[in-house]
Design a protein around this ligand. Structure first.
Ligand code: BG6
Length: 499
C-alpha cells in the first residue's frame, strides 16, 4: 500500500464492551480518524451482552473522553459503529454477523476488506477463528486479517494448538499478533539508533559492551486481573513477550533491508541463540519475587496475596529478574539482564547499555573512579536517549566528571507521540506486519520461558512475599548482578532531562 493511500476495512471487534476496547482501541481509531488517516471504514462491535447500535455508539463516545475542542465530527465517527450481540459457539449467530458485514461492506464500499480483532478471553480465540472460516465470514474478495491479543497460549504446547486452529482459517501472513511494546515509539527507535548511526554499530558487540540492562517496572499492582494473573505471573505476562522482544531488537544483526520478513528473521536468530536454562541453572540465572504490602507515593497498598481473586498462599511471581546469554559471535560473554515487576518504586521502562571501562584509568589518583559510558534508551514514561560521558571538570587538570548528552523526544516533535495501539491498528489496516510477532518468535520465546516456569511451578517459593511494595524488587535481584561485578543502574536517577 502506498504511503498516502488511506486504508479501507470493516473491523469486527470481538470483546467490544471490554476494557481494552474502551481504553485503547476506540480512542486510537478516533485519533486516526481525526488525523484524516481513515475515510472508508466501519466497525461492528461484537460481545455477548445485548445492546442496541445506539447504546453501543454512546459507549464508544463515552470512552473517548473528548473535550469540546477535540470532538470533531464525533457523530460521524460514532455513526460508523454497529453492534452484534454474539454467541461465540453458535453458527447461527455468525450468520447474522455475516449478513450484517455484507450490508456494511456495500453501504461503505469497503471492498470486502475485513479485520477480525479478538480483544477478549483467549480461550475463545481458536473457536472464533474456526467459526469465521466455516460460517463464511472469511470468504471475501478483499483482504482478511486476524488481530490477536496476548496471551498467545499458556506455554509452547498450548500455543502450538492455538496456532494450528487459527491457521485453519488464516495464513501466517494474515495473523497479526499484538505485542503493544512493539508499537512504542522508543522501542521502534532501537533499530534506528543502532542502524542509522555510524558511531554505535561498530561498538555494539562483546568487545565494547560489558552488559545490557532492560528494566520495565510498574507501580500498579495486579488490580482486578487476579484471576488471569494467578495463572500467568510476571514471567508469562511480561517476559515471554515484551521483554524478549526488546532483547531481540537490541541484539539482532542488521537486516539486509527493512522489510517485515528480513527484520523478523534476524529477531528469530537472536531467540534461537538464547542459551537455554535447565534445572538448577534456572535458579542461578533467574530470580522471582512477589510483592508484600508497602507504600506507593505515600499511600499504603496491600500485599499481592491480599488482592482480589488471588490465593492467600499464592506462589505466583509478580517480579522477575534474569540473566540472558546469547551464544553467538557478537554477544558471547555479554550478560543481558532483564527485570520487570509490579508495585515497584517507579513506572519506568529503560534500557541501559553499559560500555566497557577504558583500558587504563589515568584519573584514579584523584580518588575518583571513572564512570563507565552508558547509552540509556528511555522507553517510558519519558521518551529519549542519554549518553553518559566523562569530561574534564572545569578548573581542574586531572579530574573528570560525568556529563550527559540528552535527547528528549518531545523536544523535537513538540507533541506527544501516538499511542502504541494507534500505530499498530494503522499498520494492520495497511498490511504492515513488521511490528507484530511472528509465530516463530512466539514459539521460541515459549520454549525458553517454559523451562523456567517448569522449575518455578514445581518448587514453592518459601520466602514469598519477598519484596515490599514501592521497592525495586527482592535483594536476590541485586545479588544476581553483584555475582558478576555489576549493579542495576537506578532507573530513577537516569531520567532524561528536558533541554
Ligand atoms: C501488559 C500486561 O501486556 O503490559 C500488564 O498484561 C502490564 O500486566 C502491561 O501492566 C504493561 O504495559 P505498559 O505499556 O504500561 O508498560
Amino acid at each position: 500500500m502506498k504511503q498516502n493511500e488511506k486504508p479501507t476495512a470493516l473491523i469486527m471487534l470481538f470483546g467490544a464492551t471490554g476494557d481494552l476496547a474502551k481504553r485503547k482501541l476506540f480512542p486510537s481509531l478516533y485519533n486516526l480518524y481525526k488525523k484524516g488517516k481513515l475515510e472508508r471504514f466501519a466497525v461492528i462491535g461484537v460481545a455477548r451482552r445485548p445492546l442496541t447500535n445506539e447504546e453501543f455508539q454512546k459507549s464508544v463516545a463515552d470512552s473517548l473522553q473528548v473535550s469540546s475542542d477535540s470532538s470533531e465530527n464525533l457523530d460521524d465517527f460514532t455513526s460508523r459503529f454497529y453492534y452484534h450481540s454474539h454467541d461465540v459457539t453458535d453458527s447461527s449467530s455468525y450468520q447474522v454477523l455475516k449478513n450484517m458485514a455484507g450490508e456494511l461492506d456495500q453501504h461503505y464500499s469497503l471492498e470486502g476488506n475485513r479485520i477480525f480483532y479478538l480483544a477478549m478471553a483467549p480461550e475463545f480465540f481458536g473457536t472464533i477463528a474456526e467459526h469465521l472460516k466455516h460460517d463464511g465470514l472469511t470468504d471475501v474478495p478483499g483482504f482478511k486479517r486476524l488481530v490477536i491479543e496476548k496471551p498467545f497460549g499458556h506455554d509452547l504446547e498450548s500455543a502450538k494448538e492455538l496456532n494450528s486452529r487459527i491457521r485453519t482459517a488464516f495464513n501466517e501472513d494474515e495473523v497479526y499478533r499484538i505485542d503493544h511494546y512493539l508499537g512504542k515509539e522508543m522501542v521502534q527507535n532501537i533499530e534506528v539508533i543502532r542502524f542509522a548511526n555510524a558511531i554505535f554499530e561498530p561498538l555494539w558487540n562483546n568487545r565494547f559492551i560489558s552488559n545490557i540492562q532492560v528494566t520495565s517496572s510498574e507501580t500498579l499492582g495486579v488490580e482486578e486481573r487476579g484471576r488471569y494473573y494467578e495463572k500467568s505471573g510476571a514471567l508469562r505476562d511480561m517476559v515471554q513477550n515484551h521483554m524478549l522482544q526488546m532483547v531481540a531488537l537490541l541484539a539482532m544483526e542488521p537486516p539486509i533491508r527493512l522489510t517485515t520478513d528480513e527484520i523478523r528473521s534476524e529477531k528469530v536468530k537472536v531467540l534461537r541463540a538464547l542459551r537455554p536454562l535447565e534445572g538448577q541453572e534456572v535458579n542461578n540465572a533467574f530470580v522471582r519475587g512477589q510483592y508484600g504490602a508497602g507504600q506507593i507515593n505515600s499511600t499504603p497498598v496491600p500485599a499481592y496475596r491480599q488482592e482480589q481473586m488471588v490465593d492467600e498462599n499464592s506462589n505466583t511471581e509478580t517480579f522477575v529478574a534474569g540473566k540472558l546469554l546469547i551464544d553467538n559471535f557478537r554477544w558471547a560473554g555479554v550478560p543481558i539482564y532483564i527485570r520487570t515487576g509490579k508495585r515497584m518504586k517507579a513506572k519506568s521502562t529503560k534500557i541501559v547499555i553499559q560500555f566497557q571501562d577504558v583500558p587504563m584509568n589515568l584519573y584514579y589518583q584523584t580518588e575518583q573512579t571513572l564512570n563507565p559510558n552508558l547509552l540509556v534508551i528511555h522507553i517510558q514514561p519519558e521518551e529519549g536517549i542519554t549518553l553518559h560521558l566523562n569530561a574534564k571538570k572545569s578548573g581542574k587538570n586531572t579530574e573528570a566528571t560525568q556529563v550527559k548528552l540528552n535527547f528528549a523526544n518531545k523536544d523535537i516533535d513538540g507533541i506527544n507521540t501516538p499511542e502504541a495501539y494507534e500505530k499498530l491498528l494503522y499498520d494492520c489496516m495497511r498490511g504492515d506486519a513488521t511490528n507484530f510477532t511472528h509465530w516463530d518468535e512466539v514459539a521460541l520465546s515459549w520454549n525458553f520461558v517454559d523451562k523456567i516456569s517448569d522449575v518455578w511451578e514445581s518448587t514453592k517459593e518459601q520466602n514469598f512475599p519477598n519484596y515490599e511494595s514501592g521497592s525495586m524488587g527482592p535483594d536476590a535481584a541485586d545479588e544476581l548482578l553483584a555475582k558478576d561485578g555489576f549493579f542495576w543502574w537506578p532507573v530513577t536517577d537516569l531520567e532524561v532531562e528536558n533541554c
